[in-house]
Design a protein around this ligand. Sequence first.
Ligand code: ADP
Ligand code: MG
Length: 276
Amino acid sequence: MTANSSQVPLLETRELSRSFGHGDHIVRAVERVSFSIQPGEILAVVGESGSGKSTLARLLLRLLDPISGQILLHGRDVTRLHGKALKAYWQKVQGVFQDSFAAFNQFYTVRRSLEKALNVMDYRPSRKERLERVEVALEEVGLDPVDVLNKWPHQLSGGQVQRVMMARALVVNPELLIADEPTSMLDASLRVTVLNLLSDLRKRHNMGILFITHDLGQANYVSDRLLVMYQGELVEQGPVEKVLEAPQHDYTQRLLADVPRLRSTDGFSTQATPEG
Ligand SMILES: Nc1ncnc2c1ncn2[C@@H]1O[C@H](COP(=O)(O)OP(=O)(O)O)[C@@H](O)[C@H]1O
Ligand SMILES: [Mg+2]
């Protein structure tokens, strides 16, 4: 790798914007957002409800078109990809969402759902390869393939559904995972499991992870860097400790004031682990 190519971020946005509606009823959901994420980095996006986090996720996943601005993957403009090229993009960039049960096709077994996710590959994997990839992905998220492969969504627990959805994102070996509040529907102990899973994925595969949350405690627990969104704008970004120790923006200071326990030594763990 040349010195130059090592500096090209995994993903970068430049002044990315998306609004909804028009005239007096315009909502600037994402307004000139610029940031980058490196391979192997966990970047948390925090902000209150309605601050534009999910819109940003959908833009990055190319499920929604920006009104202006750019998205670059390894320095290549991917803002307007469509068709085959967009499929190739989805091999590298995958997402998991908050309400995974709704995202799950109720008429497919786990195996079928995960095999379907392989449709974005640029070749058609053999039956054997498909099954292998599905099994590896399930093991990756700590599920026993034998136990869950032939189950229907309603036969899984909430924690299993969330992990199956993560496995579904992982079957194609993405380089970037966009996780939009993947823990918000889970109880405290499962939340920790999923957060630990994110850091394992980063370690094992050098995966970049954009972890969206409204919970500063979780962001602090798992991420390297923090982006703070407020009313569609990126108001602050930096290494987690730095932002939490010395928040520059009023809004970040207010967010922090709402989580007093974050500053205690055992901060997040007391919040998230059920005690005795
Ligand atoms: N499809 C849509 N149509 C109209 N407004 C939308 C749409 N999606 C999001 N919005 C608006 O954009 C703003 C940001 O929403 P969202 O990205 O979901 O925020 P967050 O995920 O941070 O809660 C909100 O005001 C929301 O109502
Ligand atoms: Mg959201």
